[in-house]
Write a protein that binds this ligand. Structure first.
Ligand code: C2E
Ligand code: MG
Ligand code: MG
Ligand code: MG
Length: 284
């Protein structure tokens, strides 16, 4: 039965692949247009330092405004990564984030750290270091205000080259963080060898805190490990007071999550920063 009409089944298969390719091409050209028309926007999610609870930074998160619809990065970053367009999009993101960091510093509202996600394809592009250097110079931002978030997958292909690049980035004055820690290659040796400032514990481990003994142990152990290596720890995806309380008890340095802030446009982030500053000035 399967072989009754091989010619025809091949045709069906071929058409489907063709459609898939066309969808991708269409999406790619829409992304290019969005970049040219200014339809991308950065949202910012506040991060609170523990134990004082003050805003210490923001993570820049990319949004695509398509009419009244917001397209989430999960829907287009993977394709941008696959086609290489992420290199151009990422350069735009970095520049925007640097400008915003500088604007906050200049406004006197505070000098929050601004974290920028760097895709593997971007990190491994031969021009990445030069692009970062140019962007810092052009925007005039204090490099110490910028933190690059890279994933374990970015640095595992060629460890020696990655280490050299991380050192060069750090010499520019930037902070370096490993994002989604715990979801990639579980090699601990690189933690020692890579010049890092921070681990961001993936939200999948935070989700079950206080309900899964195993996840409690993992998170506590990662915090201790990070501190032993002289690194700060941020917990991602903190949604409940209970989670925040145990994290604080274990010495977690920074929390990020819907409990305190949802990602929001720059203006809303500025308002949070100003409110935080006023509250800090008030006697308790
Ligand atoms: P990420 O870097 O791990 O960013 C954190 C994601 O978790 C964000 O999703 C944020 O909105 C979400 N999140 C934060 N707190 C909570 C919480 O309490 N609960 C839940 N359920 N989610 C929370 P978002 O903005 O949709 O971004 C998804 C991913 O897309 C990011 O994960 C990052 O990998 C990627 N991405 C976002 N912006 C950029 C960018 O500019 N460049 C690159 N290369 N990737 C980006
Ligand atoms: Mg991130
Ligand atoms: Mg993350
Ligand atoms: Mg994540």
């Amino acid at each position: 039965q399967l072989h009754a009409d091989p010619g025809n089944s091949f045709l069906v298969y071929d058409t489907r692949i063709g459609e898939h390719q066309r969808d991708k091409l269409r999406m790619e050209s829409r992304m290019l247009k969005a970049l040219e028309h200014g339809d991308f926007e950065l949202f910012y999610q506040g991060q609170r330092g523990l134990p004082d609870g003050r805003i210490c930074g923001f993570e820049a998160l990319l949004r695509w405004r398509d009419g009244d619809k917001m397209i989430s990065p999960a829907e287009f970053i993977p394709l941008a990564e696959e086609t290489g367009l992420i290199v151009r999009i990422g350069a735009w993101v970095l520049e925007q984030a640097c400008r915003q960091a500088k604007a906050w510093a200049d406004s006197g509202a505070g000098k929050p750290l601004v974290a920028v996600n760097i895709a593997p394809r971007q990190f491994n592009h031969p021009d990445f270091l030069a692009t970062v250097r140019d962007t810092l110079a052009r925007t005039g931002v204090d490099p110490r205000q910028i933190e690059l978030e890279i994933t374990e997958g970015s640095v595992m292909n060629d460890a020696e080259t990655s280490i050299a690049q991380l050192h060069a980035l750090r010499e520019l004055g930037l902070h370096l963080a490993i994002d989604d820690f715990g979801t990639g290659y579980a090699s601990l040796s690189y933690l020692r060898r890579f010049p890092l400032d921070r681990l961001k514990i993936d939200r999948s481990f935070i989700k079950q805190l206080t309900t899964s003994e195993q996840d409690d142990t993992i998170v506590r152990t990662v915090i201790e490990l990070a501190h032993t290596l002289g690194l700060s720890v941020t917990a991602e995806g903190v949604e409940t007071i209970e989670q925040e309380t145990v994290l604080q008890g274990w010495g977690c340095d920074v929390i990020q999550g819907f409990l305190r802030f949802r990602p929001a446009p720059a203006a809303a982030a500025t308002a949070s920063l100003e409110k935080d500053k006023l509250e800090a000035l008030q006697p308790a």
